[in-house]
Design a protein around this ligand. Structure first.
Ligand code: ZN
Length: 308
């Protein structure tokens, strides 16, 4: 594939849409476009950087693992997945989550539609002549543009991306609303966490240990520790609030049935089931401890480069 270079923070699928236009493949049917380029015929989803379509897309762009890793890290909302990296694995080896397609996002409440910032869009149009989808605007729970501090926009059609760039939605999209208090704090949290992981992909390796040591837990968790986890999780629920857990996890949003102990599921390593623990589990726990863990000091630092 004669791939084109991506703009800063441009999502890979946004590049694929521009590629199709550039190559004059817009006249083909969608199905034909995918088969012509050796890709599986699948919807573009905003928050699944480890799925089959993304792997195949990266494979046709470049065969080199390092380049694939850099593309995934800087051009999809992949960075939080590094929190889920198994200890035995190098960051660039993380290529799949082994979840069943289409059901992997069901346990989560965050808005999965594609989002864009109208201000960024105008700037990109002026600077590059096109608008494009930014990867970091697709981070779970992102509702504002970090650069402009203004709400991101979305539209119900944007559950999947139908080969359209953001400017197509300019006059029909709606601004996202920050409904709950926790969402305000989540904005800088998710952007800064992502940036931390992008600049140091190995950083997450120590996160579980830091959390355990702060909570006074042993390195190896045993089933008998579950009672203590029960107590910790009561604190976590109290501190985060029901709105926050309901905004992240479907089981809490429904308000009936058993509510899983998120801290236990994240830290114990048990009940892993098939596939990786989704990063939202890790993010929820870190969000809880964001003011407590010294390793998270970067979340509170003043950014002198902000807006530059
Ligand atoms: Zn913006």
């Amino acid at each position: 594939m004669k791939w084109l270079s991506l703009y800063p923070d441009e999502h890979i699928y946004s590049g694929l849409i521009r590629y199709r236009i550039r190559m004059g493949q817009g006249v083909m049917s969608d199905k034909r476009f995918f088969s012509h380029n050796g890709l599986p015929y699948q919807w573009f989803r905003s928050q699944v950087p480890l799925n089959h379509l993304m792997r195949e897309t990266l494979d046709i762009i470049t065969p080199e693992p390092d380049k694939q890793f850099a593309l995934r890290l800087n051009h999809t909302p992949f960075a939080p997945w590094l929190l889920s990296l198994p200890g035995s694995m190098a960051p660039h080896e993380l290529k799949e989550a082994s979840h069943r397609p289409n059901t992997e996002e069901n346990p989560f409440q965050v808005d999965r539609r594609w989002k864009y910032c109208p201000n960024c869009m105008q700037i990109h149009k002026a600077k590059f002549g096109v608008s494009y989808w930014r990867a970091t605007h697709q981070l779970p729970g992102a509702l504002i543009c970090e650069e402009h501090g203004t709400p991101l926009h979305s539209h119900d059609e944007l559950r999947y991306l139908a080969f359209k760039l953001p400017h197509h939605y300019l006059h029909k999209s709606q601004a996202l609303v920050l409904e709950a208090n926790w969402q305000h704090d989540w904005q800088s949290f998710i952007y800064r966490m992502s940036r931390q992981l992008q600049s140091n992909p190995e950083w997450a390796r120590n996160v579980a240990h830091c959390m355990k040591s702060y909570l006074g837990l042993e390195r190896v968790i045993k089933h008998t520790h579950r009672v203590r986890f029960g107590g910790f999780f009561e604190c976590m629920k109290e501190d985060l609030g029901q709105d926050c857990l309901a905004g992240l996890f479907t089981r809490f949003a429904r308000g009936n049935g058993r509510q899983p102990n998120i801290l236990w599921l994240t830290l114990s390593g048990y009940s892993q089931g098939k596939g990786l623990r989704h990063p939202l589990y890790w993010l929820a726990c870190l969000f809880w401890l964001r003011s407590a863990l010294p390793e998270l000091a970067f979340l509170h630092e003043h950014r002198s480069d902000h807006g530059s």
